[in-house]
Design a protein around this ligand. Structure first.
Ligand SMILES: C[S@@+](CC[C@H](N)C(=O)[O-])C[C@H]1O[C@@H](n2cnc3c(N)ncnc32)[C@H](O)[C@@H]1O
Length: 289
C-alpha cells in the first residue's frame, strides 16, 4: 500500500502569498524565499516520495562508502557472523550486499513502507527477509550475530529515551558475542555559527537538495529534503527530523544496554575518534558472562 501523501494543491503556482519571488540578498531573504517555495511545493511524508529517488541520488554513493568502511572494520576486528540484520535498511542495498557476499540469512528492517517497497525490488533475487518494524521495538524472528544501522539511522531516534530503548532491543536481538556496528552524526558538526547548510545530490534527471538546520540547544536537525525532476512542476518536499548525539551519550547508552564498546572511529578516516568528529562509527559487542 502506498504511503499517504499530503498535497498542497489549493496553493497556486505563484504561492499562497501571490507576489513574485524575492531577490536573494542575504540569509534572511534566502529563508523567506525558501518558505515561499515551500508554499508551492508538494509536501510528502518522510521517505515516501524520496524512496524512488533515493538510490540514484543519495543511496548508491553512501552505500559504497558504508560497504568499504564495513569491510575494513570486519578485517580490523576479525569479525565473523552467520546471520545479520540491517535496521533502518532503507532501500535494502546494504542488506542485499550482506546476503550476497556472505550467503547468510539477513533481515532488513525499516519503518517506511515506501523504502521497504524499494528494498523489496532491490532484494528480489536474494533471501533477504524484509520486516516493517520500529527499531525501538525491534523483534527479529530469531537473534542474529550482527546488527548494522547505517547512514544516520540512529539519529532518527529523536525523543528522550528513544536511543536507550532502541539499544536495549538491539541487544536483546543479538546472539551472545554478537556485534552492533552503526554510525552516528554527532554534536560536533562543523557548521559554525550559521547553524545551517545545504547539500545537493544529483542523479540522472533528478536532484535532491537537503537544507539542514541545527538547533544546538535541543540538538535537533531539521532537514528539508527537496526533490526536483523535469516531470514535476514544483519540487516535492519532505521534512525530516534527526537528533545529533554526543559520543559520550552514545557510549553511556550502549553500556547501560549491556554492550561493551570495542571501537569508536572517525567515519572519514576510520582512525580511533580521539577528538569529537562529525560522524562516528561504533563497534559494540554483546558479551555475556
Ligand atoms: C537516512 S536513511 C538510511 C537508509 C540506509 N540505512 C542507507 O544506508 O541508505 C534512514 C532510514 O531509517 C529509517 N527509520 C527511521 N526511523 C526508524 C525507526 N524508528 N525504525 C526503523 N527504521 C527507521 C527510515 O525509514 C530510513 O529508511
Amino acid at each position: 500500500m502506498a504511503a499517504p501523501v499530503y498535497e498542497s494543491s489549493s496553493h497556486s503556482r505563484r504561492g499562497a502569498h501571490g507576489g513574485t519571488p524575492l531577490q536573494l540578498v542575504d540569509r534572511e531573504a534566502c529563508e523567506i524565499e525558501m518558505s515561499w517555495r515551500m508554499t508551492v511545493a508538494t509536501m510528502a511524508l518522510p521517505y515516501s516520495r524520496l524512496a524512488t529517488e533515493y538510490d540514484a541520488t543519495i543511496g548508491a554513493p553512501f552505500f559504497r562508502e558504508t560497504r568499504d568502511r564495513f569491510e575494513r572494520l570486519v578485517q580490523k576486528y576479525g569479525l565473523s557472523f552467520r546471520s545479520a540484520a540491517d535496521i533502518g535498511c532503507g532501500t535494502g542495498l546494504f542488506a542485499r550486499y550482506l546476503q550476497r557476499s556472505r550467503k547468510i540469512p539477513v533481515f532488513a528492517v525499516d519503518l517506511s513502507e515506501s523504502m521497504l517497497r524499494m528494498a523489496s525490488k532491490n532484494c528480489r533475487e536474494t533471501d533477504v527477509k524484509l520486516l516493517r518494524q520500529d527499531m525501538r521495538y525491534l523483534t527479529l524472528p530469531e537473534p542474529v550475530d550482527l546488527i548494522t544501522a547505517n547512514f544516520d539511522t540512529v539519529n532518527h531516534l529523536v525523543k528522550a529515551g528513544d536511543l536507550r530503548q532502541a539499544l536495549r532491543q538491539i541487544f536483546a536481538n543479538l546472539n551472545a558475542g554478537g556485534h552492533f556496528i552503526f554510525d552516528v552524526v554527532t554534536n560536533c558538526l562543523p557548521i559554525g555559527r550559521s547553524r545551517h547548510y545545504r547539500r545537493r545530490f544529483d542523479g540522472p534527471r533528478r536532484r535532491v537538495t537537503q537544507a539542514v538546520r541545527l538547533d544546538p540547544i535541543r540538538r535537533l536537525l531539521s532537514i528539508v529534503v527537496s526533490i526536483s525532476s523535469p516531470e514535476t512542476l514544483n519540487p516535492i518536499v519532505e521534512r525530516h527530523h534527526e537528533r545529533v548525539y554526543s559520543p559520550a551519550e552514545v557510549g553511556g547508552a550502549l553500556q547501560e544496554a549491556g554492550f561493551i564498546i570495542r571501537g569508536v572511529h572517525d567515519a572519514v578516516t576510520l582512525t580511533a575518534a580521539r577528538a569529537c568528529v562529525p560522524r562516528i562509527v561504533v563497534v559494540a559487542q554483546k558479551v555475556t558472562r
